[in-house]
Design a protein around this ligand. Structure first.
Ligand code: ZN
Length: 432
């Protein structure tokens, strides 16, 4: 896929995510690489079209070397390679390549990461040894023999030889016959020991074509999926427990998306807006709730006295002791570990997300509508909405709102028992 088309498609995806429209730009709060990162690593798991394209181009690379004949391979070789032997798509002279073949032939030039994957991700499954470079390819052990035994490589008479040129068949058994420039001495002899050990582990096979093996998949077949996963270059954005918290199965996806931005500190708090130059003169950075502290994510969702009073009510509703944390992540940890210990991490995550969602909602009402303070009803709103969302997510679950309000722990345990029995029932149905 041409890069201009890719860039256009990615722009459509990005505008959709952040709500940008024709002529109206919006802040992209999280960089695109991170959004395409898998959910397990703290991303949104949005398909990365560029990476997918690379992984598919890698398939052409694999098919070029997999030993099977094909008309397209003959075309490529005749048109773009002067030399004898195997085609290398990594070091092709790009000037000579037509647009039609450009992306495929110069696949190694698309990105360093892709090039490295292609160089390191394949090894030869040696058959008759006609196609494999004895010293330079990876076919015995995990490295090329040149890298494994650099001193011996210097002594080798035929550095560019193929595997089959370094021995001969005596009946059905293969005998190695290496040509050296002189006797091996000292450390060279140590290397030689390793060298013969590695060679001893390989068995050549007469009349079997050498093939490429993809090292990231059992069975050696290249798959676009393994390449796509391998090419994911972003380090983890969130710790594993926070990823699980964000994607807990009891809240709607809009709440998960909000929780994800909260954990990454990518909500438009006044502090974050100011950092991006978005607060105009006259606007302070004070908290939208208490109007006192600086509105960053830790203040707004944790140390703000108004927000904290809501957390305290919720924690008491669950019959737990209150410990005052400093950071919003500590609050998340509290719900995951303390409430989680009592009724399961999924429920702990759910309650944390619902409260945070409504704190943000309350803040937005105060900032944008300048009225409608509903602090007195907030606990009831949180109880009502969590009840509603959980009931929507877990079909057939039976407890009333009054029970939920008065004894949430028992309701949560009931829910957990119900989900377990549902799972067993589905497993049994699957077996029938
Ligand atoms: Zn505040």
């Amino acid at each position: 896929m041409p890069n201009s088309v890719l860039a256009h498609l990615i722009k459509i995806q990005r505008d959709f995510l952040w709500g940008a429209t024709e002529g109206k730009r919006k802040i992209a709060w999280v960089k695109w690489d991170a959004i395409c990162c898998s959910k397990a690593k703290g991303g949104l798991g949005v398909p990365d079209l560029r990476r997918r394209n690379w992984a598919m181009l890698g398939k052409w690379w694999y098919r070029l070397g997999d030993g099977r004949e094909g008309l397209w391979k003959r075309v490529v070789k005749d048109k773009y390679y002067d030399g004898e032997g195997e085609v290398s798509m990594i070091d092709v002279d790009t000037v000579r390549v037509s647009n039609i073949w450009g992306d495929i032939i110069c696949v190694g030039g698309q990105s360093m990461k892709l090039k490295s994957m292609l160089v390191k991700g394949f090894r030869w499954e040696v058959g008759d040894g006609c196609r494999v470079s004895f010293w330079r390819d990876v076919w015995a052990g995990n490295k090329s023999l040149r890298d494994l035994c650099p001193r011996l490589f210097q002594l080798a008479e035929y550095k560019e030889s193929k595997v089959k040129e370094n021995g001969l068949w005596e009946g059905a058994s293969w005998k190695w016959d290496l040509k050296w420039r002189r006797e091996r001495l000292g450390r060279e002899q140590d290397e030689e020991k390793k060298f013969w050990e590695v060679l001893g582990s390989v068995q050549l096979r007469q009349s079997v074509v050498d093939t490429w093996q993809w090292t990231h998949e059992i069975g050696g077949n290249y798959t676009v999926k393994t390449a796509y996963d391998y090419l994911e270059s972003v380090d983890s954005l969130l710790e594993g427990h926070l990823c699980k918290l964000v994607w807990c199965g009891l809240v709607p996806s809009k709440v998960s998306f909000f929780g994800w931005r909260l954990c990454l500190d990518r909500l438009p708090t006044r502090w974050n807006l100011q950092k991006r130059g978005m607060v105009f003169q006259g606007d302070g950075m004070e908290c939208g709730l208490c109007k006192e502290g600086v509105e960053d994510v830790n203040h707004l969702f944790c140390t703000c006295k108004l927000a904290w009073s809501v957390w305290v009510k919720v924690i008491r509703w669950w019959g737990l002791e209150v410990v005052m944390p400093d950071k919003v992540r500590d609050v998340a940890d509290f719900f995951l570990w303390c409430l989680g210990h009592l009724v399961g991490k999924e429920m702990g995550a759910c309650i944390f997300l619902v409260v945070a969602w409504y704190l943000w909602y309350w803040r937005n009402v105060l900032v944008f509508q300048k009225h409608g303070d509903f602090r007195e009803q907030l606990l009831e709103v949180i109880q009502g909405k969590s009840f509603f969302w959980i009931r929507n997510k877990v079909e057939g679950c039976v407890f009333s709102f009054v029970q939920w309000q008065n004894n949430p722990v028992e309701c949560a345990k009931e829910l957990s028992r119900y989900k377990k029995s549902l799972k067993i029932f589905k497993q049994q149905q699957g077996r029938c």
